[in-house]
Design a protein around this ligand. Structure first.
Ligand SMILES: C[S@@+](CC[C@H](N)C(=O)[O-])C[C@H]1O[C@@H](n2cnc3c(N)ncnc32)[C@H](O)[C@@H]1O
Length: 243
């Protein structure tokens, strides 16, 4: 993303089928509620174990700057990010073991050793990591949330990350946060929700052009001629220093 185009959607092919034409009218209220009441769902044991595994792997490397690729799917973006950031430790997290284990036959270089793929639910993983980073007054270096499930039905707002109770924890991870979607309303809502809780404006928000695809969904949407949207915030958490 290297321009600051405003979002001006025009009719183009889209795989998003929705009745929703604007930012959801309940979004502000829901975001405020989630900021007020901490999300206390118990952690699943397998997510705790995945988190412990990540902490061990990060420690073994001497705690370099940490990059998270949340909902990484088959892990293609994790490979590109790790390759582009050899001084960072890059963790790709997805809840689907099948996707993570997909043979990377399309990747023709060697697998970078600064990378870890982890099966976990980010709802737990983000909370565990946010607690860890906050305790040490640290933050992520970068955080990618690329093509999250859009949940475009009007009644599914609570399933979108900005409408989910875990959202304040996602923000507490800090760092440069980048979200991409083929649904402009997802990006507009996400932007509004981040600004509501952090009072920050995005470094970039708009149409993604001249994009070299780094994920399988990105490639698929581009091949169909769909427009792709992104937003990037450089989150300055009050107590956070970059690691
Ligand atoms: C639409 S796919 C996009 C995958 C990849 N980022 C890409 O662009 O190709 C969304 C991914 O998010 C993962 N996902 C959804 N909810 C999740 C959760 N709570 N924890 C971890 N992964 C999740 C899904 O398994 C899926 O792989």
């Amino acid at each position: 993303m290297n321009a600051t185009d405003p979002i001006h959607p025009t009719p183009t092919p889209s795989s998003i089928h929705t009745e929703q034409s604007h930012i959801h009218s309940d979004l502000r209220k829901i975001v405020a509620r989630h900021a007020q009441y901490p999300f206390k769902k118990p952690y699943a044991e397998h997510n705790r174990q995945a988190f412990a595994l990540m902490m061990d792997a990060w420690a073994q490397r001497g705690f370099p700057p940490l990059i998270l690729d949340s909902g990484c799917g088959v892990g293609e973006s994790t490979l590109h990010i790790a390759h582009a950031h050899p001084d960072c430790f890059v963790v790709g997290v997805d809840q689907s073991q099948v996707r993570l284990q997909t043979q990377k036959t399309w990747w023709h270089a060697s697998i970078p050793d600064n990378l870890l793929w982890l099966r976990a639910d980010v709802v737990d993983f983000w909370r565990l990591l946010a607690a860890q980073l906050t305790e040490h007054k640290q933050s992520l270096h970068k955080h990618y949330v690329l093509y999250p499930n859009p949940y475009p039905k009007i009644g599914q707002l609570h399933k979108r990350w900005h409408g989910h109770a875990v959202f304040p924890n996602l923000l507490a991870l800090g760092g440069t946060l980048e979200v991409r979607s083929n649904w402009h309303i997802y990006v507009e809502e996400f932007t509004q929700a981040v600004t509501q809780l952090t009072h920050q404006t995005p470094e970039f928000c708009g149409l993604l052009t001249n994009l070299e695809p780094i994920t399988s969904f990105e490639r698929k949407y581009q091949a169909r001629g769909e427009k792709l949207w992104g937003v990037r915030f450089v989150l300055h958490g009050s107590a956070h220093g970059h690691i």
